[in-house]
Design a protein around this ligand. Structure first.
Ligand code: NAD
Ligand code: UDP
Ligand code: UDP
Length: 321
C-alpha cells in the first residue's frame, strides 16, 4: 500500500517505540489506522510506556537492538532508537554512536530492500553550541568532535550523512527532522533532562539544580505538537527530504523554567546553582519557517499548558513509585 496522505492500512515500523516520543508516535499511528511494529531494546524505554497498546491487534512489540540487522516487511520506518538524555547517552558512549550509526545503516538497508520511506529523528544537537541564533536548517553547526556530548551529536550528524547518501546514491525516500527539546508525559523521572528533573525535584520539595547561572536558553516543545509534525512529515511528497527543524520557537532561560515549575507545583523548593556541564549549549531556538511552509503546521501548546499536563503526569507516576 503506497503511503499517500494517510497511514490507514499501512504497516509502520517505529524503532525506539517504547521510549518517550516513540510511544506517543505509536499511539498516534494506531489512531490513524496504521498497523505498528514497535522495535526497542528497552535501554531507556520501558514496557510500561506501551503497556496500554499491547491488547491492540494492530500493535506488535519486538525486543531488538537496531545495531543488529532486522528483517521485517513494512511500508515505512520511523527511526527513533537512541538514548536522548545526556546522562543516558553518556553512560555508554560507544554504544550511543553505534546505535546512531550502525542503527541508521541497518534501517537504511532495510528501507532500501523494501523501497520504503524512512524518517530519521535527528536533533538540534547537530548545531552544537550554536553561533547563529535562531538556528536555520542551513546552519552547519558548532560541534566539538571529541567532547563528552560528541557520541550523541556526531553520531546524529553521521546518521544524517548516511540518510542523504542513501538518498543520493540509492534514491531512497528520506525524511529528516531536527527535533528541538521536547517534553511531556512519559519522560523518565531520573533521566536528568531539565524538565523532568525540575518537576521531580519540585514535587519532592528537593533543591532545584540549576546548572551554570541559569541564563542559558532552550525552547521547549510539547510532545503532542512534535508527534503531529513528524507524522505529517512522513506523508509529504517524495521531494521533501528535510532536514526540517521541528520544535517550539518560544525561548526561555533555564532559570525562568525553574521558576514556572516552582509556581505550578506550589513547591517550597529553592534554586541551587551547580557547575555548568562541559560543552553545554548557551542558547537554542529553532527557525521554524520551513516546517510551517512544508507541513502546514505550528506548535499549539504553550509552555505553561504543557508543563501543567506534565506535572499532573509526574504527580500520578511518583505516587506509584
Ligand atoms: P528515549 O530515550 O525515551 O527513547 C529512545 C528509545 O530508543 C528508548 O525506548 C530506548 O530503549 C530505545 N533504544 C536505544 N538504543 C536502542 C537500540 N540500540 N536498539 C533499539 N532501541 C534502542 O528518548 P526520546 O526523547 O523519546 O527520543 C527519541 C528520539 O528522538 C531519539 O532518537 C532522540 O535522539 C530524538 N530526539 C529527542 C529529543 C527530545 O527532546 N526528547 C530531541 C532531539 C532528538
Ligand atoms: N539490512 C537489514 N535488513 C534488511 C536489509 C539490510 O538489517 O532487510 C542491513 C544489512 O545487514 C546491512 C545494512 O542493512 O548491513 C545495509 O544494507 P545495504 O543493502 O545498504 O548494504 P550492504 O548489505 O550492501 O552492506
Ligand atoms: N539543566 C539544569 N539542571 C538540570 C538539568 C539540566 O540546569 O538538572 C540545564 C542544562 O545544563 C541545559 C538545559 O538545562 O543547559 C537543558 O538540559 P537538557 O539535558 O534537558 O537538554 P539539552 O542540554 O540536551 O538541550
Amino acid at each position: 500500500m503506497p503511503l499517500e496522505r494517510t497511514y490507514a492500512n499501512n504497516r509502520i515500523l517505529v524503532t525506539g517505540g517504547a521510549g518517550f516520543i516513540g510511544s506517543h508516535l505509536c499511539e498516534k499511528l494506531l489512531a490513524e489506522g496504521a498497523e505498528v511494529i514497535c522495535v526497542d531494546n528497552y535501554f531507556t524505554g520501558s514496557r510500561r510506556n506501551i503497556a496500554h497498546l499491547l491488547s491492540n491487534p494492530l500493535f506488535e512489540a519486538m525486543r531488538h537492538d537496531v545495531t543488529f540487522p532486522l528483517y521485517v516487511e513494512v511500508d515505512a520506518i520511523f527511526n527513533l532508537a537512541c538514548p536522548a538524555s545526556p546522562i543516558h547517552y553518556q553512560r555508554d558512549p560507544v554504544q550511543t554512536t553505534k546505535t546512531s550509526v550502525h542503527g541508521a545503516i541497518n534501517m537504511l538497508g532495510l528501507a532500501k530492500r523494501l523501497g520504503a520511506r524512512i524518517f530519521q529523528a535527528s536533533t538540534s544537537e547537530v548545531y552544537g553550541d550554536p553561533l547563529v541564533h535562531p538556528q536555520p536548517e542551513e546552519y552547519w553547526g558548532n560541534v566539538n568532535p571529541i567532547g563528552i556530548r560528541s557520541c550523541y551529536d556526531e553520531g546524529k550528524r553521521c546518521a544524517e550523512t548516511l540518510f542523504f547518501d542513501y538518498w543520493r546514491q540509492h534514491q531512497l525516500p528520506i525524511k529528516v527532522a531536527r527535533i528541538f527539546n521536547t517534553y511531556g508525559p512519559r519522560m523518565q523521572p531520573g533521566d536528568g533532562r531539565v524538565v523532568s528533573s525540575f518537576i521531580v525535584q519540585a514535587l519532592k520539595g528537593d533543591p532545584i539544580t540549576v546548572f551554570g547561572d541559569g541564563r542559558q536558553t532552550r525552547s521547549f516543545c510539547y510532545v503532542d505538537d512534535l508527534v503531529e509534525a513528524i507524522a505529517k512529515l512522513m506523508l509529504t511528497d517524495e521531494t521533501v527530504t528535510g532536514p526540517i527543524n521541528v520544535g517550539n520557537s518560544s525561548e526561555f532561560t533555564i532559570r525562568e523554567l525553574a521558576e514556572k515549575i516552582i509556581k505550578f507545583t506550589d513547591s517550597r523548593s529553592q534554586l541551587v546553582f551547580k557547575p555548568s556541564p562541559e560543552d553545554d549549549p548557551k542558547q537554542r531556538r529553532p527557525e521554524l519557517a520551513k516546517a510551517k511552509a512544508l507541513l502546514d503546521w505550528e506548535p499549539k501548546v504553550a509552555l505553561d499548558e504543557g508543563l501543567k499536563e506534565t506535572i499532573a503526569y509526574f504527580r500520578r507516576t511518583l505516587e506509584l513509585i
